[in-house]
Design a protein around this ligand. Structure first.
Ligand code: ATP
Length: 382
């Protein structure tokens, strides 16, 4: 039995489209589940309903199998990480963290050891005597996280708890959070719009948009086999390139064609996914920037080598992202090679790139639902 089961939740605010539109999800005991979605998707609303801070119009929330309808927040045994402003200003860090434990009549030695371990992992062990007003914003936020985690709750609800920390601390916290979760055998529902956090920390990810679940899966499943165009474009950095195309058959040869682009597809892949029946309708081709590679100028004209012009170049340390204008649209190419400044192509310069036909995704252009993903194989382990 899942620790948390959310069934068909609907929450409306006024006349606007519902914030939650029949949302269902579950979190198993000791599982770390991410609720990932863009701004306004309904993430915070889901957490507030789970904590009992707000009531659904319809649907059910079960915690440990028990229906939470009519149960007050304090009786739900849910720990929610509020932001740093929820710390008690007159109490030092130790007492802030000890407060929920004392309420539960934990012994002093248990309180000391639990706080000591949590504070060590969060890197706030040296701050236990200070008051919140004597801490930086990032330190206060870590104390707020620590205060929630020291509690023995059925489930921990976290609303973007590390999004305000600086990049280095966030990277540290991503690793430490996962460790803390394992160590405390905690069950966590964690809200974020940051896919990097979700991909690195989550056991499972629930992708939501407009109050509806778009896909549930492991980080790998979400990335490798996005259920629809929304997930494909939302998860992955840089985002997947998508291209409206027509499928064209020429004897045994299958091509995906769009203005300025003509890609040869693997015939076996086309028939295995029943795509031959799709000729009449439009499809959307998905290409991850990692699966487009720069080609030598002399390769132009070879199968699956396309041409365009450099629109922008972003150098990210050891990698480079090229925005290439091709057929009136921008395609992004992610390259592991980082040319030195002099070798960077000029804006507007012609550029050729190769498309790997074994790495294509295909979506229905009307519904957005996935029609085909790349075949699993050694290439995808790269
Ligand atoms: P963000 O990442 O920006 O925090 P979110 O996914 O957490 O977004 P919610 O805060 O759950 O989104 O909001 C979902 C929708 O419900 C939004 O359109 C929001 O404007 C609306 N909404 C949320 N709370 C209220 C409220 N109290 N009154 C009116 N509308 C609300």
């Amino acid at each position: 039995m899942a620790t948390l089961q959310i069934e068909h939740l609907v929450r409306r605010f006024g006349q606007a489209a519902p914030a939650l539109d029949g949302l269902s999800l579950s979190v198993a005991e000791q599982e770390f589940v991410f609720l990932l979605g863009p701004s306004g998707a309904g993430k915070t609303t889901t957490l507030r309903l789970t904590a009992g801070l707000d009531q659904p119009d319809s649907g059910r929330i079960l915690l440990g199998g028990r229906d939470m309808a009519g149960i007050a927040p304090r009786d739900r045994n849910v720990a929610m990480v509020y932001d740093k402003n929820s710390l008690y200003p007159h109490l030092n860090v130790f007492e802030n963290m000890a407060y929920p434990l004392r309420l539960r009549r934990m012994t002093d030695s248990d309180i000391r050891s639990r706080i000591g371990r949590t504070a060590e992992i969060l890197g706030i062990g040296h701050l236990l005597d200070r008051r919140p007003g004597q801490l930086s914003g990032g330190q206060q936020q870590r104390v707020a996280i620590g205060r929630a985690l020291v509690r023995d709750a059925s489930i921990y609800l976290m609303d973007e708890p590390i999004s305000h920390l600086d990049a280095k601390l966030r990277a540290h916290m991503r690793v430490e959070f996962k460790k803390l979760q394992r160590e405390f055998a905690a069950t966590i529902l964690y809200v974020s719009h940051d896919q990097l956090e979700a991909m690195t920390m989550g056991d499972r990810i629930v992708v939501i948009d407009k109050g509806r679940v778009q896909q549930v899966g492991t980080p790998r499943q979400i990335f490798d086999t996005p259920a629809n165009r929304f997930v494909a474009e939302f998860v992955g950095e840089p985002a997947m390139n998508t291209l409206d195309c027509a499928l064209v058959q020429d004897g045994g040869d299958w091509r995906a064609e769009a203005p300025g682009v003509s890609l040869h597809l693997n015939a076996g892949w086309v028939t295995r996914h029943g795509l031959q029946n799709r000729r009449a309708g439009g499809v959307v081709l998905g290409m991850r920037p990692q699966h487009l590679t720069l080609a030598a100028p002399g390769d132009a004209g070879q199968p699956n080598v396309e041409t365009g012009r450099v629109y922008a170049v972003e150098t990210l340390g050891s990698e480079t992202v090229y925005d290439v204008e091709s057929g009136g649209r921008i395609l992004r190419i992610w390259s592991r090679r980082a040319p030195d400044g002099r070798a960077l192509p000029a804006i507007g310069a012609p550029i050729s790139f190769r498309v790997d036909p074994g790495a294509l995704h295909l979506f229905d252009s009307g519904t957005g639902q996935a029609l085909a993903h790349p075949d699993p194989g050694p290439r995808r382990a790269a």
